[in-house]
Design a protein around this ligand. Sequence first.
Ligand SMILES: [Fe+2]
Ligand SMILES: [Fe+2]
Length: 299
Amino acid sequence: MALRELEFPVHTLDNHCLLAQGSTLDLETLNALIESGREDRYPESDLRRYGSVTKDTLSFLKEPPFDKIFGDPQIKTVLDTMQRVSLPLPVMEYLDYFQKSDVYTYRHLIIVYALSIIMDNALLEDKDAQYLIAKTGPSHDFGKTCTPPSVLKKKTPLTQNERAMLEHHVTAGYVIMGYYLKDADCLSAALARDHHERKDGSGYPTGIHLEDRKTEIIVVSDVYDALISKRPYRESSYDNRTALEEITKMAERGEIGWEVLQTLIGFNRAGRPHYKEVKVSIEKRGTPPAKNVYGITEE
Ligand SMILES: [Fe+2]
Ligand SMILES: [Fe+2]
């Protein structure tokens, strides 16, 4: 990990400062932070039994357009997988935070997690890898607790400084997950840090050439939901065809791999064919929604 000076602080939900603004984040700093909390013992909580997670998952997946992707077998896969996942209680409390203060992000976390579970099952041959990613839970954006809600909910293009505050969520998520899971190398921390990176090096925070297939599945699930779900910053969302075309453009540019795209498209087709049987159309007919400010920064 490259040395990085933090532009913004990282704190826990109960406002305990983990890393101050201006501190240097490297593996040594993170390991020292983890060591400082080594004696803390947290009870674990089962994901399926936590709060209204199961009920909310079912209601989100049964709403259009996700009802097309999640038939009964896919919902069963998601629930069966969630049954095997338990996480430290302070990590689960991040779900409560979003459920109360930012319902868009709460729904996004659950949908991205559910999409990643079925895509892992279709694409990753290694059962251990499938379980490993499931075990991370719906945590990829937990670092958004360090982004002001006014930025997350802004309806007009972000300023450069607001964009930096938003992008800080990947670093914050990396620190938070490493700290609570007491492991700087755990997959939850890596997914939080790398889910805005791209295969061609065009992402953030470091512009690595993303190679990890598990992270790539989160990348695609994340962008897909960001396009097709309701958001505070636009009046209407992308229709499904246009959203899939946007993700196809990402594969054409080399930002993501074709197989992950084929897997997502397979779940959108009748009979949900195996990804190797999915031929991707590169014809573009869709129209992005009017007044869309997704990813747009003010000069
Ligand atoms: Fe994110
Ligand atoms: Fe996300």
